[in-house]
Design a protein around this ligand. Sequence first.
Ligand SMILES: [Zn+2]
Length: 235
Amino acid sequence: MNKMLLIILKKPLTGLLKDRMLLIKEREDLYSYYQKILNTGLTNGTSGNISIINKIEKLIAISPSGVRFDELRLDDISIVDLNGQLIEGLKPSSELQMHLMVYNNRSDIEAIIHAHTIYATTVACLGEDLPAINYMIAVAGGKNVRCANYATFGTMDLAKNVLKALKGRKAALLANHGLIAGAENIQNAVYIAEQIEYISELYVKAKSIGDPIILSDEEMEKMVELFKNYGQVYK
Ligand SMILES: [Zn+2]
């Protein structure tokens, strides 16, 4: 195939085809945030996935399974209903069950990012909760970020473990696997994921030279209250 034509085909679609697709805004947001998390190193290749729910349409846009970002087109993005039935696009991410479980049980979450970031996953390999070594952990809604018990990727068991770990929180570690963050929009979900990855890096580095000091529950209660208003960077 002509090289120029190939480049054009790999660009996001515009025009007629685009007008006929469901959830155009969610697809475009998903596409641009996928690009952002690749550029900031939150993910690489095909690891990790993003989804955004449209509560009025009762449909979810989710990244497709096994498609590299540099090959992703807007019409590839999977559109599923709340039961996971594919409505448009390619086969959805293998972690679809986890995304559905969160949307079906958490009315406060409308966008989710799941990634295999190096430092959060390092902490998750210890099976430990991430403690409050930095006050910014409050962006995830509490004094720590819990680690969900291990279960095979893509399973209902993993989805249940993650939902439990997310109780009262907007982020969780997945034992021996990665990180999940959810929020009322994709900007905040990515922001929370970035902060939790940063705090995980601090934790790993602090532990490598000593015993990190954990902020008190009392201090963290104050922080959580402050971040209820202050921590929502994008509305
Ligand atoms: Zn994963």
